[in-house]
Design a protein around this ligand. Structure first.
Ligand code: C2E
Ligand code: CA
Ligand code: CA
Ligand code: CA
Length: 279
């Protein structure tokens, strides 16, 4: 038993070591990643469930590290939050997403909506609203076509201040959605005070549609909740036709997920747009 315990410990500490080395590596190279142009964006379509058409897309950041290869945002965004690099990265993501969307508008895809993830630290900067307005001016993107994704936990911290920032941006036309909805335990009465346009049902619920009665029930309840508040409801992580059917039957407005498309490079997203203009 002692031997097993020791080797387990050794294994554990080796794993820890590997994880902390990797974290250090990520931390130290984040600083230069922007300068070295190692980030790019991919786009995942959001599709209207009634018409089957792409109405917009979520911009997701990718990092091609010279030694580590592709580093998932799930791994480096939390580190960038800790080090503060998220502020610069988030600014770059916002500008690039708006620039690209404006470009697609100019190519004839008018009204295409882009959703951009905003991290807590980025949103809490003193002049966040001013920064967003400046990016909109610089890129010439119609503010109505920009949607910022916030999480429940983010908005529940200092809600009065959050509402003020949201109001300032909504005054120029920017929209807001709640990302990963259902994972943060916010109540209806809390939600009502925020000027939100859209709920994004977390993929953990979508995944359980059909296979798990609770998953279906929760998804159904979120759709009903969203509709009762006159919000748009988007399901994330839709992977099967069965899930899509369930969402249509229960009044969900749109979907995002591998069933329609994985997040793709700008060039490939453009091809998807061109495909749907064909008769
Ligand atoms: P998220 O905002 O919830 O983004 C959705 C994630 O689910 C994406 O992972 C996407 O690729 C993945 N996904 C989409 N459809 C499906 C599906 O049908 N099945 C499954 N299993 N997964 C699907 P990704 O791109 O790795 O991003 C992970 C997280 O990293 C994001 O979660 C978001 O929280 C964060 N993130 C990504 N880009 C940015 C960014 O530019 N800024 C900030 N602050 N966070 C970002
Ligand atoms: Ca998101
Ligand atoms: Ca999400
Ligand atoms: Ca998520």
């Amino acid at each position: 038993a002692k031997e097993i315990g020791e080797s387990n410990f050794q294994f554990f500490s080796q794993e820890m070591n590997r994880a902390s080395i990797e974290r250090l590596q990520i931390e130290s190279s984040l600083r230069l990643a922007l300068l070295r142009k190692e980030f790019h964006l991919v786009y995942q379509p959001q599709v209207d469930l009634a018409t089957g058409r792409i109405t917009g897309m979520e911009a997701l950041v990718r990092w091609r590290h010279p030694e580590l290869g592709m580093v998932s945002p799930a791994r480096f965004i939390p580190v960038a939050e800790d080090t503060g690099h998220i502020i610069e990265i988030g600014q770059w993501v916002l500008r690039e997403a708006c620039r690209q969307t404006r470009h697609w508008h100019d190519r004839g895809f008018i009204g295409l909506q882009v959703a951009v993830n905003v991290s807590a630290r980025q949103f809490r900067q003193d002049d966040f609203a001013g920064q967003v307005r400046q990016v909109l001016e610089e890129t010439g993107l119609a503010p109505e076509c920009l949607e910022l994704e916030l999480t429940e936990s983010m908005i529940m911290q200092r809600p009065e201040r959050v509402v003020a920032v949201m109001d300032e941006l909504r005054a120029v036309g920017v929209k807001f959605s709640i990302d990963d909805f259902g994972t943060g335990y916010s109540s209806l009465s809390q939600l009502k005070r925020f000027p939100i346009d859209k709920l994004k049902i977390d993929q953990s619920f979508t995944r359980d549609i059909g296979s798990d009665a609770n998953g279906s029930a929760i998804t159904c309840a979120i759709i009903a909740l969203g509709r009762s508040l006159r919000l748009r409801v988007v399901a994330e992580g839709v992977e099967t036709a069965e899930q899509q059917c369930f969402l249509i039957e229960n009044g969900c407005h749109s979907m995002q997920g591998y069933l329609f498309s994985r997040p793709v490079e700008a060039g490939d997203f453009h091809s998807l747009l061109l495909l749907q203009t064909l008769p």
